[in-house]
Design a protein around this ligand. Structure first.
Ligand SMILES: Cc1ncc(COP(=O)(O)O)c(C=O)c1O
Length: 439
């Protein structure tokens, strides 16, 4: 680790100077606090990014498998999106009036995710906050249910975990919680259908807000049949089912909802839809839309706690139309998922050939390795299998050899611009790291 830290300092003198200067006026010395999580003494300062690569201010080149933690999954600065964004920016950015692109995007989202009615926000966090409000309003119930070790953005009600005795508590690091989390939230393990039934049977859960597979504590895949039963239980107990596809869009153009034929009441998604321009969306079934029309007041919709001044702006919609129409297309996903398989095979060959007690998991074009022998079946197992020290070393080792992974666990994403050579380069360097570690 010391050797790798020294290498980092040598390669990043310019970033080091900028990071030092930023300490004066930026909280934690960074523009946004997640940026403290990178390996090395400070973040790398970017000079420019294109496709699956970026260059830093010291002239180093990187293959980017982090891709802005999914915000850049369309690849950096894809030409079709950049052209559309530039063109729209020159014709007006935000008016609180619709543009023609909105109808196209709504239709395309309905095609992909199978629910017909859509609304737009600026972040996936907001999409989740708004559907929680709708769900409470429509059901007249207070509580929501989430998976243990979920992450759905900075949404108050979701920042809960189970403690060792199975009680709902505020998640470690939950800053300034408004009320004790057990008042708003039930927490269940993914793949625990009995636990889910017990949580819903009390009749006070407005909605389950679930990722179809956990992605924020490493990837935890659902058991076969899990989602069919989740749907049945939600319907049986009058609970609405919200599927958050913000990360799991890696499974295909319509996320797991399309790939696994899910039937949610609401879908939420953000991050990658506009090639990095802030935009997100939530969709709903015909029945939910009908219920909203029947039970809520159109006249006061603007002060009802959903929406936002800049949401649905002209620039976001133009970015989404170009990104969905020309960049993250059905065909692009076929290539991206093929590269995900190549990445997974490469990592597995390194693990198997060195007989390491690690494993690799994949969800479409998202691949993750964890330093435990077998895949976790739930959030608790996945959390127990984290090894922050080893994560940090691997991240720094890769970074020093021109490869960027997310700073959170060991996630890699393939974009339409990622190449087989990029993937093979990762396999090679990961193999070198494994050799050094295994002695
Ligand atoms: C599954 C999921 N939903 C929602 C969000 C929130 O996205 P944002 O931070 O862009 O609001 C995240 C962020 O990581 C996420 O992983």
């Amino acid at each position: 680790m010391e050797r790798e830290r020294a290498t980092f300092r040598e390669r990043h003198a310019g970033s080091g100077r900028l990071a030092e200067a930023a300490k004066a006026n930026l909280l934690y010395g960074v523009p946004m606090n997640w940026m403290t999580r990178w390996p090395g003494d400070h973040p790398v300062y970017v000079e420019r990014a294109e496709g699956a690569r970026f260059w830093d201010v010291d002239g180093n080149e990187f293959v980017d498998f982090c891709l802005g933690d999914t915000g850049g999954m369309a690849g950096h600065a894809p030409k079709a999106a950049v052209d559309a964004i530039a063109e729209q920016a020159g014709r007006g950015i935000t008016l609180m009036l619709p543009t023609e692109d909105a109808e196209w995007v709504g239709r395309e989202m309905a095609r992909r995710f199978g629910v017909p009615t859509w609304s737009f926000t600026l972040t996936a966090t907001d999409a989740n906050r708004f559907v929680i409000r709708w769900a409470r309003a429509l059901t007249g119930r207070d509580k929501i249910a989430v998976h243990n070790w979920c992450y759905h953005g900075t949404v108050d009600d979701t920042f809960a975990t189970l403690d060792a005795t199975g009680e709902v508590v505020a998640r470690e690091g939950n800053t300034g919680k408004p009320v004790p989390l057990a008042e708003t939230t039930r927490v269940v393990e993914i793949n625990d259908l009995e636990g889910l039934e017990a949580a819903l049977a009390q009749g006070d859960v407005a909605a389950c807000l679930f990722e179809p597979a956990l992605t924020n504590i490493g990837i935890v895949l659902p058991d076969p049949g899990y989602h069919e039963r989740v749907r049945e239980l939600c319907s049986a107990y009058g609970t609405l089912l919200i599927i958050d596809e913000t990360h799991t869009i890696s499974a295909g153009p319509g996320g797991c909802t399309q790939a696994w034929n899910l039937a949610p009441d609401f879908v939420t998604i953000g991050k990658t839809l506009g090639a990095g321009i802030p935009c997100a969306a939530y969709g709903m079934s015909e029945a939910v839309a009908a219920s909203i029309y029947a039970n809520t007041d159109y006249e006061t919709a603007d002060v009802g706690g959903t929406g936002g001044t800049l949401a649905g702006n002209a620039l976001s919609l133009a970015a989404m139309r170009a990104t969905l129409g020309e960049v993250l297309t059905d065909e692009a996903f076929v290539r991206m998922i093929g590269l995900g398989e190549r990445f997974e095979d490469g990592v597995r060959s390194v693990i198997d050939s060195r007989a390491l007690p690690w494993h690799v998991t994949r969800l479409g074009c998202r691949v993750e390795y964890l330093f435990r022998p077998d895949p976790a079946r739930n959030g608790t197992e996945a959390a127990a299998g984290q090894d922050p020290e080893l994560d940090g070393l691997i991240h720094l080792y890769l970074l020093n050899r021109g490869i960027l992974m997310t700073p959170f666990h060991n996630m890699s994403l393939m974009s339409p611009a990622t190449t087989a050579e990029d993937v093979d380069r990762h396999t090679e360097v990961f193999g070198q790291a494994a050799d050094e570690l295994a002695g």
